[in-house]
Unconditional design. Structure first.
Length: 280
């Protein structure tokens, strides 16, 4: 369920895109510095959004250095350093990736899942010590979600809401006592519902063909009303976001919330609904 929360690049200013990339590289460097090189392979741009939002609540200036990296060893690139919110987003990325691999191994006996969970096991044990409450709540929510999947639940609000429990945990785990914690939890929750629903729609045809679980397959009305559901989730994401006082990099976050998520929704809706109509 990773890879959906991204920018609409054509609408970003050049300096904003450079900062977005600097956050991405900073998360990659953070993972490598603290957990080794293998976990860096699981990095996705979703984690940049979390880092930008959490860091954006502080007025502290971003420290950007020019550095080489594994994939760009000739030309230096801007990298954000010394940012605790960025380190937390890196931790979240590894937590989610570990559970994705573990789930693939348990459900499908996937070789990639076995290799992935084994490669991240040591890092995850370390993260269990750093973020015990976050890891425990994530495990509990994933277990509840797995139970719904085994029951072949067709209740999208229930399954999406259970995944949203995870996202709420991740968004509030950085600083549970912060004044913004309740609003961050709501933002993460509504974003989680959207991620789960858009992923189900994106994989709908493939899951039918491969006989994988997908709540939309067992939903009474199948794809009927999915468009309204997705846009309602996005509206709730925007409502929660508007309650936050973002102090830096607001243009990038605005781009993701109001353009990136909407464009991704439009594209997947068009592709999947057209494909579904052709198969009828």
């Amino acid at each position: 369920m990773l890879g959906y929360v991204t920018i609409e690049k054509n609408e970003l200013k050049v300096r904003e895109f450079d900062m977005y990339q600097a956050y991405y590289c900073g998360i990659c460097k953070s993972i490598g510095r603290r957990f080794g090189q293998l976990p860096r392979m699981v990095l996705s741009y979703d984690s940049v959004f979390l880092a930008l939002v959490l860091a954006g609540l502080s007025e502290e200036t971003d420290i950007v250095l020019q550095e080489h990296c594994i994939t760009h060893h000739i030309k230096k690139k801007p990298v954000v350093f010394g940012n605790e919110a960025l380190d937390y987003a890196a931790d979240v990325m590894v937590i989610l990736a570990y559970h994705k691999f573990l789930d693939d191994w348990k459900d499908e006996r996937s070789k990639i899942g076995l290799v992935g969970k084994s490669a991240l096991a040591r890092a995850y044990r370390k993260l269990q010590a750093i973020h015990p409450a976050v890891c425990q709540k994530t495990e509990e929510s994933l277990a509840a979600l797995s139970a719904l999947e085994r029951q072949h639940s067709g209740k999208m609000d229930l399954t999406a809401g259970t995944f949203a429990d995870i996202m709420e945990t991740l968004f509030t785990g950085y600083d549970p006592a912060a004044d913004s914690s309740r609003v961050l939890g709501q933002l993460g929750r509504q974003l989680g519902k959207w991620i789960y629903a858009i992923d189900a729609l994106d994989d709908y045809q493939k899951d039918i063909e491969e006989e994988n679980y997908n709540p939309l397959i067992f939903r009474e009305n199948k794809l009927e009303g999915i468009e309204d559901l997705l846009y309602n989730y996005l509206a709730e994401v925007a409502n929660a976001y508007d309650l936050l006082e973002i102090k830096k990099n607001k243009g990038i976050i605005d781009n993701i919330i109001f353009m990136g998520l909407r464009v991704r929704t439009d594209v997947i809706l068009r592709e999947r609904i057209e494909l579904n109509e052709q198969s009828v």
